[in-house]
Design a protein around this ligand. Structure first.
Ligand SMILES: [Zn+2]
Length: 342
């Protein structure tokens, strides 16, 4: 077979440029990043609920920081409904459906896997799912039945598919979804491992992040149980583990180069019993296809009305690829720790 010279040139050019293009595509893939923010417990009952009813926005002080991230997630530590009856427990929280308009202004998704989303029974919980859909607040960690409660929320951004899973393991377990009833996802180890693996194999997620509701209230350090489950989740393929519930901040850890933020503490809540409960973190993670490139935390000081305020003079944990250990970063700079790329 005789090739015309121009054809030969084209073949040669293709054979040279194709690998280059592939390399370029691969580099683009790696450099494509998505930022995601997690906030701790948000209770839109009490004073924060009243403020919203009066046209005020308890989340406004953080809005500039929220705008620095692509995806914003929080733990919705109350039911949002008008129906149901308060369960027989110390604290029960129920917020008005209209509060979701304010929540949606700042957050894209919420975990409903906690010990308060079931405070007014399954009917109110189911009503909340409709309100969340109506206000376009995505949710995970709970659903109309067990299968939905354990399904990941998949968020696609800049070509990255991120799976969010939510679990509660603080009593009462009676809020758990059943095969036919609405409720939250409970963290049985085997099930959690299966969910994480399925998020990759069946849902095609590039990254998997579980958002946990665990630990003991007012405990400033994680328990052996939290550590065991966090490590198990990362061993099963989780890219980061974020937690909450203790109402106070707990420590952070890099395990196999992946972050564990054991407890973010409170964020919007007016039930504050002691000084440590008035301090919470938000955390921001910068992700690419290979995992978490960098993360930081920002301190929120919560006032008596339950409103979180940034604390620019604070220095809180942060890390980025290449760091040997977790450092402290100044909260004065609003830019993400690794946004200034070389
Ligand atoms: Zn809780």
């Amino acid at each position: 077979m005789i090739f015309h010279l121009s054809t030969v040139k084209k073949i040669l050019a293709a054979s040279i440029t194709l690998p280059l293009l592939l390399q370029q595509a691969h580099a683009d893939d790696k450099s494509r990043s998505v930022s995601i923010l997690f906030a701790g417990d948000i209770v839109l009952d009490g004073m924060p609920g009243k403020m919203i009813a009066e046209g005020k926005d308890p989340l406004a002080p953080f809005s500039d920081i929220f705008k620095t991230t692509d995806i914003r997630v929080a733990n919705l530590e109350c039911v949002v409904a008008t129906s149901g009856h308060a369960a027989d427990k110390n604290f029960t929280f129920r917020a008005a459906p209209k509060t979701l308009a304010t929540l949606r202004r700042h957050f894209d998704a919420v975990s409903i896997a906690n010990n308060h989303s079931g405070d007014f029974g399954r009917e109110a919980f189911t009503e909340m799912l409709s309100h969340l859909n109506q206000y376009q607040v995505k949710y995970f960690g709970g659903g109309r039945q067990l299968h939905e409660a354990h399904a990941p929320l998949l968020i696609e951004k800049n070509g990255l598919k991120i799976a969010l899973l939510g679990y509660n393991e603080f009593m009462p377990r009676s809020f758990e979804a059943t095969a036919s009833e609405a409720g939250v996802a409970w963290s049985e180890d085997e099930q959690v491992v299966a969910d994480i693996r399925k998020a990759r194999t069946e849902s095609g997620a590039d990254l998997v992040i579980p958002f946990m509701h665990w630990g003991w209230e007012n405990d400033k350090h994680s328990t052996a149980r939290q550590q065991q489950l966090a490590h198990l989740m990362i061993d099963a393929g989780a890219d980061a583990v974020i937690g909450g519930h203790p109402h106070v901040i707990q420590e952070t850890e890099q395990y196999k180069d992946k972050p564990i933020i054991y407890s973010l503490g409170n964020f919007v809540i007016d039930e504050l019993d002691n000084e440590p409960q008035t301090r919470g973190w938000i955390t921001r993670l910068e992700l690419n296809k290979s995992g978490v490139k960098a993360w930081d935390t920002r301190l929120a000081k919560i006032n008596q009305d339950g409103v979180p305020m940034p604390v620019p003079e604070a220095a809180t944990p942060c890390w980025q690829q290449g760091d040997a250990s977790i450092k402290l970063c100044s909260n004065a700079k609003i830019d993400f720790v690794s946004t200034k790329k070389p």
